[in-house]
Design a protein around this ligand. Structure first.
Ligand SMILES: [Zn+2]
Ligand SMILES: [Zn+2]
Length: 301
């Protein structure tokens, strides 16, 4: 196993930049936030580890692309940022793709992401497996079917039993599809994919600095290895894009994990069309919760 190690100077420049305007913007962040973000380049840090390489098929080896530091992110002319009238992220659970695609994006949507437990790859002629997104239009669709532990087992019931003839716009093949059980591993993988893709919509490119949610991944094993958290460089980008207090954000994430861990499911109060009851098993998030608590200790020191 190899590790991608950057020098203290490289990481510090990637995070803070050498542009005086961005340096002074950084210095205006509160002291606790800076203490946490500075963990990116401190020689003895343990909160943010280096990127590890396990095989030639790993993303960073097979997809050479220029890394994006904070300054490049900040000055990207194509970067989209939410505005006061377009500030909501819609996550739409869908059963029937065609019906969903016909619905138009709400007025105040910054982006809308369709999620489904239906496998999106029923035929070889369909060229997407886990999902597809148009970052410029702020829409995407993702299938979590292959994230279930039973997908690759012979017992999996969601396979297409008979191939149907028809045009590629005939979505009838999805009717009456099996929906796998929502396990905590499935939920963790789905959260990783969704937050990674939404990160792209905010203009964050693949991370090549430290172990990070925004690392590219080529296969499921590599995606599992990727942490659920952002490294300090990507965290500064996201904070710049949407604006939040890191302490409040981390506290809210801990609350999200703790709040529902004892209850069997999250139910929506009003029976609005399109809302669903999904179980929220969070066992697989425990390690991540411990990590956030350590970060909170650094921010609040
Ligand atoms: Zn990506
Ligand atoms: Zn990162």
């Amino acid at each position: 196993m190899e590790t991608v190690r950057h020098s203290e100077h490289t990481l510090k420049t990637a995070l803070i930049s050498e542009n005086p305007r961005l340096v002074s913007q950084y210095e205006k962040l509160d002291a606790g936030e800076r203490r946490l973000l500075n963990e990116a380049f401190k020689p003895d840090h343990d909160l943010f580890g280096p990127i590890t390489l396990h095989s030639q098929s790993d993303w960073i080896i097979s997809h050479p692309e220029a890394p994006q530091d904070f300054e490049q992110f900040f000055s990207d002319p194509y970067r989209k940022a939410p505005s006061p009238d377009k500030r909501s992220i819609y996550i739409q659970c869908i059963g029937h793709i065609l019906k969903f695609l016909k619905k138009k994006k709400p007025e105040d949507a910054f982006c809308i992401v369709g999620i489904t437990m239906i496998d999106l790859y029923p035929r070889d002629s369909w060229n997407f497996v886990f999902g597809q997104a148009s970052l410029t239009d702020g829409v995407g669709i993702f299938s979590f079917a292959r994230y279930g532990s039973d997908f690759y087992s012979s017992r999996y019931e969601g396979r297409v039993s008979k191939l149907q003839k028809g045009s590629s716009s005939d979505y009838a093949v999805f009717d009456n599809y099996y929906t796998p059980q929502v396990t905590s591993v499935l939920l963790l993988r789905s959260c990783k994919t969704l937050t990674h893709e939404i990160g792209h919509i905010f203009g964050l490119r693949h991370c090549q600095w430290l172990a990070c949610l925004m690392q590219g991944s080529n296969h499921l094993e590599e995606a599992d290895r990727r942490p659920l958290n952002l490294c300090p460089i990507c965290l500064r980008k996201l904070q710049c894009a949407i604006g939040f207090n890191i302490r409040e954000r981390y506290k809210a994430l801990v609350r999200w994990i703790e709040d529902e861990s004892d209850s069997p499911g999250v139910s929506t109060k009003r029976g609005r069309e399109g809302t669903v009851d999904l179980p929220k098993p969070v066992d697989a998030f425990k390690e991540w919760k411990e990590w956030i608590i350590k970060c909170l200790a650094v921010v609040q020191k």
